[in-house]
Design a protein around this ligand. Sequence first.
Ligand code: C2E
Ligand code: CA
Ligand code: CA
Ligand code: CA
Length: 273
Amino acid sequence: AKKNPNSIFRFYDDNINKEVTDFVDTYHLVKEAIENKWIVFYFQPIYDTNSLKIVSLEALVRIKHPTMGLIYPDKFINFLERSSFLADFERILFEKALSYLNRISDETGGNLNISINISVNSFRNGSIIDLCEKVSEEMRRFISIEITERVFAEKVDKIIGVLNKLNEMGFVLEIDDFGTGYSSLGYIDKMPVDFLKIDMSFVSRMAECKKTYAIVKSIIELAKGVGMKTIAEGVETKEQYDMLKSLGTDFVQGYYFSKPLPFEDILLKLKSK
Ligand code: C2E
Ligand code: CA
Ligand code: CA
Ligand code: CA
């Protein structure tokens, strides 16, 4: 970066200066995106492993910027999840999910789920419950809520309480990134969760590394033992798919089957079946 002698940051090194400008840029990006309705969702199908029927669509956020093009969540989601924009964002997410669910049943005659990613903060402060209460009872079973396993790093009792509430309300619950840390093994039998999503880092290594293969096998057995189903994410090759199928993974998701796509493209895919 070019040094500005008048900058109020001149006493800091360039790294800190860059962090500050990045923060300011991201703040404006997210603010403008929400105000101007640049928030869009791409959808990645989740398939039944054996029939390869689509059972759910995972909503993945992007910012559709008029000059910069499509901006991926790695550029803004960490900021957004900690910002005051989170409530507005998650309200938009629920609204879009419900309107797309209606379009799916209207235009294809069939029903599937939409899986949405909810931030750790909304679980920790309980605000997710308020959002969920606004969803009509008959729609709740079509919304699958994904929460990363990292949520169990603290306030475990509170998190389990929130999960219980959402389960009683009729939502489908999924633990995302399972196996990546803050092991939830100690209380997995207390979680009213329907699905474990086997983290992509395991799936991508399982064909080359015997130990990783053993971990995936154990996660699938563990899930079966506690009455949960498994979704393997990040499946990129036929070899990985074949292995996961023979290990008994219930559902699969990944570039090998489909990349995340705009809703209209997904609808065409569903209609052509
Ligand atoms: P995630 O929930 O673990 O989502 C999976 C990510 O892996 C997505 O990246 C998806 O596009 C990508 N992916 C799917 N299949 C493959 C594959 O076969 N190979 C590879 N290499 N990647 C694959 P994306 O869309 O960039 O999202 C990144 C993360 O951003 C998500 O990870 C999630 O943590 C977060 N995120 C996305 N949308 C939302 C949202 O609406 N709300 C919140 N709170 N977080 C979101
Ligand atoms: Ca996810
Ligand atoms: Ca349930
Ligand atoms: Ca994941």
